[in-house]
Design a protein around this ligand. Structure first.
Ligand SMILES: [Fe+2]
Ligand SMILES: [Fe+2]
Length: 172
């Protein structure tokens, strides 16, 4: 299963302003799991979450899924390097990502829920309120496991995303 040309166009169009923000590309400087950077991790989680929600029979907000998933780990530090500010990284980083995302973008309630609740069930009381957030939460688990085990997690058409966005100018 992969995105059709039309769906791929929708996907990149819906996240264009996010991918043009220079600070979002800072995620390329940090490893998330294995050899995968936080940027690639977020792109892959966004791609699969968008792909799945586009194919499910119920009506879901695919745009919020793409945007929330892309920003779900926008916390900008290497969690492998111990530091007082993130010694409970698993619990605190959704809040850091949400603060950063709010700084640059106007988020709707689904996007906020996706970012804030994506670590459930680790964050016991933060159960996803929206179906979209639950889907991203599950996709994030599978992608994280694949990356940690060095299994191939990149979508077959991942390069197509970069071909489409390569001409975009970054914005600060
Ligand atoms: Fe995370
Ligand atoms: Fe993640």
């Amino acid at each position: 299963m992969r995105l059709t040309d039309e769906d791929m166009h929708d996907f990149v169009t819906q996240v264009q302003d996010i991918l043009q923000l220079e600070q979002v590309h800072e995620m390329k400087n940090y490893i998330q799991h294995g050899k995968t950077t936080t940027y690639t991790h977020c792109m892959v989680v966004a791609y699969y979450s968008f792909l799945i929600t586009s194919h499910l029979p119920m009506k879901l907000d695919t745009k919020s899924v793409a945007r929330g998933a892309l920003l779900h780990d926008f916390y900008l530090y290497d969690w492998h390097i111990p530091h007082e500010s993130h010694k409970l990284h698993g619990f605190v980083h959704p809040g850091f990502a949400l603060t950063n995302a709010r700084k640059y973008f106007t988020l709707n309630s689904i996007e906020e829920d996706i970012i804030e609740k994506h670590m459930w069930p680790l964050t016991l009381l933060h159960f996803p309120k929206y179906k979209e957030a639950l889907i991203v939460c599950i996709v994030d688990k599978f992608c994280s496991l694949a990356e940690t085990l060095y299994l191939p997690a990149l979508p077959k058409d991942y390069k197509r995303i970069h071909q489409q966005i390569s001409s975009w100018k970054p914005i600060q």
